[in-house]
Design a binder for this molecule. Structure first.
Ligand code: SAH
Ligand code: SF4
Ligand code: F3S
Length: 439
């Protein structure tokens, strides 16, 4: 009898990577592999990697450091995802015990690559030259999240922001057909999921290859699939953010009242250097549409501080924009110079301490904004979807449609299942979460 094939997979990076991993796990199972919880138990160890910032990438290389011994014990290693695509065959030089390197645009070839690996081959690659039109669609997705089902509707990126690796690591932009997306949404609903999150690096740049539905129409159609109660979508690019998206949210109650719209900077000059192709005014016009919606739409964003050439004056403009928009959540990062990107050739002029200082100032100000935003919910009754619970402490954690974490006490012996909905009266608020009691 052949020895059992086992694998351990660890995922770094964004939700697209998390969902790719669900599809990779499904593919591996289909190939006869069993997933195990630790590297010790595994015959094949895979990392699905991220290279968005220097730290993310270093984490991966740190892991690959010393595999000689494990390799001699018979274990094999595969590097997937964005570091794999970015570094390509250089990974074999840097980490000689790695046998397989594949970027996300080549996952369709995984079964074949695995067969070669099992036959004892090394230096197996699946690398993309920004040519592929293929999307990774599989019926074998092994969904790991008990309450939220991801659907990738568009892969890759054609925006080429000057600081960003994604156009190089995930290939060119390519959308799935709306029929295939809707068929998957219906399958997901049949499985019992009530929340769907549509994914894409620029989800709203979606273009139906069949020419049937616009992004806003697809959004509305997914929201109308019987059984689906919540639809989220991430990440929207301001360039492609159209008014009909707000109309869809107005018209279809299952579309969550939350939009993540990364701005990156409040300075027109810096936005231009970033090649974002919009001005603060353009961005704020979209925010005004969202603020004029029938339901109050919660807003969140991404910011980069310390981009090459960012002056204290530019930074103040970013702070002013935060004050104006009043986001409910901000992901802020220090600029990190990345391989292959145009901004690599710009002088990384803001010293590290200054970047850290700006980040801290920004996060402190944002904390105050959120303290005030979140406290406005006190007294409201909110529908919460349960995400998990800590039975020992009688605590349940869930999330509102606006994507705000809501925690509440639970006295009964059996905790509510992940994915169930409860109505919770908000009794207290923190800058990042709400507290309440079930009504
Ligand atoms: N496609 C999305 C974002 C993808 S990456 C968009 O365009 O909005 C997620 C976030 O990481 C970005 O919004 C940006 O804020 C941050 N990021 C990307 N490259 C970075 C870099 N080189 N240094 C610091 N932050 C970066
Ligand atoms: Fe990166 Fe810009 Fe594409 Fe977003 S839109 S993934 S920031 S290149
Ligand atoms: Fe990272 Fe690649 Fe996502 S670089 S953030 S895993 S697209």
């Amino acid at each position: 009898m052949a020895p059992e094939k086992t694998f351990y997979l660890e995922t770094f990076g964004c939700q697209m990577n998390a969902h790719d991993s669900e599809k990779v796990i499904g593919t591996l199972r289909q190939q006869g592999y069993r997933q195990v919880e630790t590297e010790q138990e595994a015959g094949l160890i895979l990392y699905n990697t991220c290279s968005i910032r220097d730290k993310a990438e270093q984490k991966v290389f740190h892991r690959l450091n010393d595999y000689k011994r494990l390799y001699k014990e018979g274990k094999r290693f595969a590097v997937l995802g964005c570091v794999a695509q970015q570094e390509g065959e250089r990974i074999f030089d840097r980490a000689p015990y790695v046998s397989l390197v594949s970027g996300s645009a080549s996952y369709r070839k995984l079964p074949e690559m695995l067969t070669r690996l099992e036959a004892g081959e090394g230096r197996i690659t699946g690398l993309d030259d920004r040519q592929t039109e293929e999307t990774f669609e599989t019926e074998f997705t092994a969904r790991q999240n008990p309450y939220r089902a991801y659907i990738t509707i568009i892969e890759g990126c054609d925006k080429f922001c000057s600081y960003c690796v994604v156009p190089y690591t995930r290939g060119k932009e390519r959308s799935r057909t709306s029929s295939s997306v809707l068929a998957e949404a219906r399958r997901i609903a049949d499985l019992g999921y009530t929340e769907i999150q549509l994914l894409g690096q620029n989800v709203n740049s979606y273009r139906d290859p069949e020419g049937k539905l616009s992004f806003a129409e697809l959004l509305a159609a997914v929201g109308q699939v019987p059984g689906i109660r919540r639809v989220r979508f991430t990440t929207s690019h301001p360039r492609d953010f159209t008014l009909d998206i707000v109309d869809a949210i107005d018209a279809v109650p299952t579309l969550c009242d939350h939009v993540h719209l990364p701005v990156q900077s409040g300075s027109a000059r810096i936005l231009e250097a970033m090649a974002r192709e919009y001005t603060p005014e353009w961005y704020l016009e979209r925010i005004a549409w969202l603020k004029a919606a029938r339901r109050r739409i919660s807003l969140s964003t991404d910011i980069i501080v310390g981009f090459p050439g960012e002056t204290p004056g530019d930074f103040i403009q970013t702070m002013d924009l935060l004050a104006e928009v009043q986001y409910d959540c901000v992901f802020a990062f220090k600029y990190s110079a990345r391989p292959n990107t145009p901004s690599l050739t710009m002088i990384d002029s803001v010293p590290e301490e200054e970047k850290a200082q700006r980040l801290q100032v920004l996060l402190e100000r944002q904390r105050e904004i959120q303290r005030s935003n979140y406290s406005r919910h006190i007294g409201e009754i909110i529908e919460v979807m349960v995400e998990g619970s800590n039975p020992n402490r009688g605590q349940v954690a869930g999330r509102s449609s606006q994507n705000k974490p809501v925690n509440f006490e639970w006295q009964q012996p059996i905790a509510p299942a992940p994915g169930s909905y409860l109505r919770v009266k908000i009794t207290a608020a923190f800058p990042n979460s709400l507290v309440g009691e079930v009504v």
